[in-house]
Design a binder for this molecule. Structure first.
Ligand code: NOJ
Length: 540
C-alpha cells in the first residue's frame, strides 16, 4: 500500500527500526554489511513487528564519515551493492507491509562529489557558488576537530565545513542547489522511498552575523531554515503522506513546535538531543561525562511530552548510530542487562511519540569496551583522541575511559546474529571488532527465549498498534522527584494506562498504591516493593 492511501497521521502509530547497513548483515564475506544482507533479515524485522525501516546512508561515498559524506546521491556504494538490489530491497520491504526511509544528508556532500569538484575547479564555473567559499579564513571550528575552513589551490580560496574537511557544506542560499536536492528526493520517491530522515537539517541556514559566537551558534536554526523546509515540502513532500524526521542538534521544544506544526507544512517530527545530553558536562567536550540524574531525565522528557501535546509530534529514542548503547549507558549491562533493557524500552515505547529502535537494541546489545585506541574507527573518536594526545590534555587511560563510555563505535559494532563465527555477521573479517559477549547476546538466542528483550520489544510495538491510548493518550508524570522510579500515566476516554519502572539495582518501595487493572506488559506490583529494574504497565 502506498503511503498516499494511509491516514494522514499514520506515522503516529508507527515504530521505526534503524539499520546501520555496514554493521547489519554481510552477504558476500567482505566484512561489511550490505543490501542483500538486509534483505535476508527482513523476516526477522517483520517478526519484531516494526512498521518502517530507516537506512543510514548507502549512497556512493569515500566513507570518511561512514557514508555521511556522499559523492553521488543517486547511486549505491559498491560496498553495499547495486541500485537494482536496493530497488529489490524496497520491493521486499513493501511486500511485507513495511515502509522504507532513506537518510538525506544535504547539509554537506563529500568533497569527492562532482558538484564539489566542479565548484572547486574555478571561480567562474556554473557551480562556483554551490558551496561556501571565502578569500580569508577565521577561527571557526569544525565539529570533528580542527578549523572549519580548508584551502583549495585551484580557486585560491577556502571552503567552509562544519564536519570533517571531506564534508563541505552545501550553499543552500543558491536556488540551483535547493532545486537539485528536491529533484534528487523526488527521484528516490519514484523508486519507492516512503520518507526521509534528514541529517542535521537545522544547520543548513547560516547566520554570518553570529560568526563571533562560533560555528554552532552561527549554523543552528538559521534565518531561512523554515522557509527552505516549507519550500521542500511544496516541491517534494506535499500530498504524498511520507514520514519525515529532522535530526536537530540543539533543538528545543519551542523550535520543535514550529518544525512539526502540521499547519506550517515542514516535518512530522524532529530528533532532539536534550535528553541524550543529560550525562554530559556543560561547556565541555562530548567525551566528558557525568552521571545522569533520573529526576532530570524525567523533567526533560516531561517537558517534551507536554510541549508537543497540543501542536506537533515527538520522536522517541535512546539509541542510534551516534549514541552509546542505552543498556550500558543508563541501564545495568551486567547483572540486570535483560531487566534494565526491558525497563528502558517500556518507558520509551509507551510515551507519546514515534519510537525508534536502533539495530541490536531489541536484543539488549551493550557497549563494546574496546581496550586499545587503535580498535576505534569512528572519525569523531579517532580525531578527538589524537587531539587530546597532541595537546597533552588527558592521559591515555582517561581517553580510553571516555571512549568506552561515549564513542559512537559503541553503537556501530556489528549486529550479533548468533553464537557462531563472527556472531553470524560475516564469513570474512569484520570491519569493526565484534562485541566479545556475542555467545551470550545474539538474535538467535533472543528468539529462542520468550523472556528475552526481543519479545518484550515485540510486545511493546504490538501494544502501540492495538491500543489507541499509547498513540493518543495524554501524558502525566508521576513522582517527578523520585530518584529511582520512572512512572507516568496516559489517559484517553475514561481509560488510564499507568507505566512504572524501577531504574535502579535495588528494590524500592512504591510511593503509593496503584489501581488494579489489566496488566498489558511486564509483571505488575500494586503496592510494596518493586524489584530491581522491574517494569510494567496497567490499563484501568
Ligand atoms: C549526523 C549523523 O547522524 C552523524 O553520524 C554524522 O557524522 C553527522 N550528522 C554528519 O553528517
Amino acid at each position: 500500500m502506498s503511503t498516499r492511501d494511509l491516514p494522514a497521521d499514520w506515522f503516529k502509530s508507527a515504530v521505526v527500526y534503524q539499520i546501520y547497513p555496514r554493521s547489519f548483515a554481510d552477504s558476500n564475506g567482505d566484512g561489511y554489511g550490505d543490501v542483500p544482507g538486509i534483505i535476508s533479515k527482513l523476516d526477522y524485522l517483520k517478526t519484531l513487528g516494526v512498521d518502517v525501516i530507516w537506512l543510514s546512508p548507502i549512497y556512493r561515498s569515500p566513507q570518511d564519515d561512514n557514508g555521511y559524506d556522499i559523492s553521488d546521491y543517486q547511486d549505491i556504494d559498491p560496498m553495499f551493492g547495486t541500485l537494482a538490489q536496493t530497488e529489490q530491497l524496497f520491493a521486499e520491504v513493501h511486500k511485507r507491509g513495511m515502509k522504507i526511509v532513506m537518510d538525506l544528508v544535504v547539509n554537506h556532500s563529500s568533497d569527492e562529489h562532482e558538484w564539489f569538484k566542479e565548484s572547486a575547479s574555478s571561480k567562474t564555473n556554473p557551480k562556483a557558488d554551490w558551496y561556501i567559499w571565502s578569500d580569508t579564513k577565521d577561527d571557526l571550528y569544525a565539529y570533528f576537530g580542527g578549523g572549519a575552513w580548508e584551502w583549495v589551490e585551484a580557486r585560491q580560496q577556502y571552503f567552509f565545513h562544519q564536519f570533517s574537511k571531506k564534508q563541505p557544506d552545501l550553499n543552500w542560499e543558491n536556488d540551483d542547489v535547493r532545486a537539485a536536492v528536491y529533484k534528487m528526493m523526488n527521484w528516490w520517491i519514484e523508486r519507492g522511498v516512503d520518507g526521509f530522515r534528514m541529517d542535521v537539517i537545522n544547520l543548513i541556514s547560516k547566520d554570518w552575523s553570529k560568526k563571533d559566537q562560533g560555528t554552532w551558534q552561527m549554523c543552528q536554526n538559521g534565518p531561512r531554515v523554515h522557509e527552505w523546509l516549507q519550500e521542500m515540502n511544496r516541491e517534494v513532500l506535499a500530498g504524498k503522506n511520507l514520514i519525515t524526521v529532522g535530526e536537530m542538534p540543539g533543538a528545543s521544544v519551542e523550535w520543535a513546535r514550529d518544525y512539526t506544526n502540521p499547519e506550517r507544512n515542514e516535518l512530522n517530527m524532529v530528533f532532539t538531543f536534550e535528553h541524550m545530553d543529560l550525562d554530559g558536562v556543560v561547556g565541555n567536550s562530548k567525551f566528558d561525562y557525568s552521571k545522569m540524574h533520573l529526576p532530570d531525565l524525567k523533567a526533560n522528557l516531561n517537558h517534551w511530552q507536554k510541549g508537543l501535546e497540543d501542536i506537533g509530534w515527538n520522536s522517541l529514542y535512546w539509541n542510534n548510530h551516534d549514541q552509546p548503547r542505552i543498556v550500558s549507558r543508563w541501564g545495568n549491562d551486567g547483572m540486570y542487562r535483560v531487566q534494565s533493557a526491558k525497563a528502558l524500552g517500556t518507558i520509551l515505547h509507551l510515551m507519546r511519540g514515534t519510537p525508534y529502535v536502533y539495530q541490536g537494541e531489541e536484543i539488549g546489545m551493550t557497549n563494546c569496551y574496546f581496550t586499545e585506541l587503535d580498535q576505534y574507527q569512528d572519525i569523531e573518536s579517532v580525531n578527538w583522541a589524537a587531539d587530546a594526545i597532541a595537546e597533552g590534555s588527558r592521559s591515555t587511560e582517561r581517553i580510553l575511559d571516555s571512549l568506552q563510555v561515549k564513542s559512537r563505535d559503541n553503537a556501530r559494532t556489528p549486529m550479533l546474529w548468533n553464537d557462531g563465527e563472527n556472531a553470524g555477521f560475516t564469513t570474512g573479517k569484520p570491519w569493526l571488532k565484534i562485541n566479545d559477549n556475542y555467545t551470550e547476546i545474539n538474535a538467535e538466542a533472543a528468539l529462542a527465549d520468550k523472556g528475552s528483550v526481543f519479545w518484550h520489544y515485540r510486545d511493546l510495538i504490538a501494544l502501540r498498534h492495538s491500543h489507541d491510548i499509547v498513540v493518543n493518550g495524554t501524558f502525566d508524570l508521576l513522582w517527578p522527584e523520585h530518584e529511582h522510579i520512572f512512572a507516568y500515566q496516559r489517559k484517553l476516554v475514561g481509560k488510564t494506562l499507568t507505566v512504572v519502572a524501577n531504574f535502579g539495582d535495588h528494590a524500592v518501595s512504591l510511593p503509593s498504591d496503584l489501581a488494579a487493572g489489566e496488566v498489558v506488559i511486564g509483571e505488575a506490583t500494586l503496592s510494596g516493593e518493586l524489584s530491581p529494574w522491574q517494569s510494567f504497565a496497567i490499563l484501568s
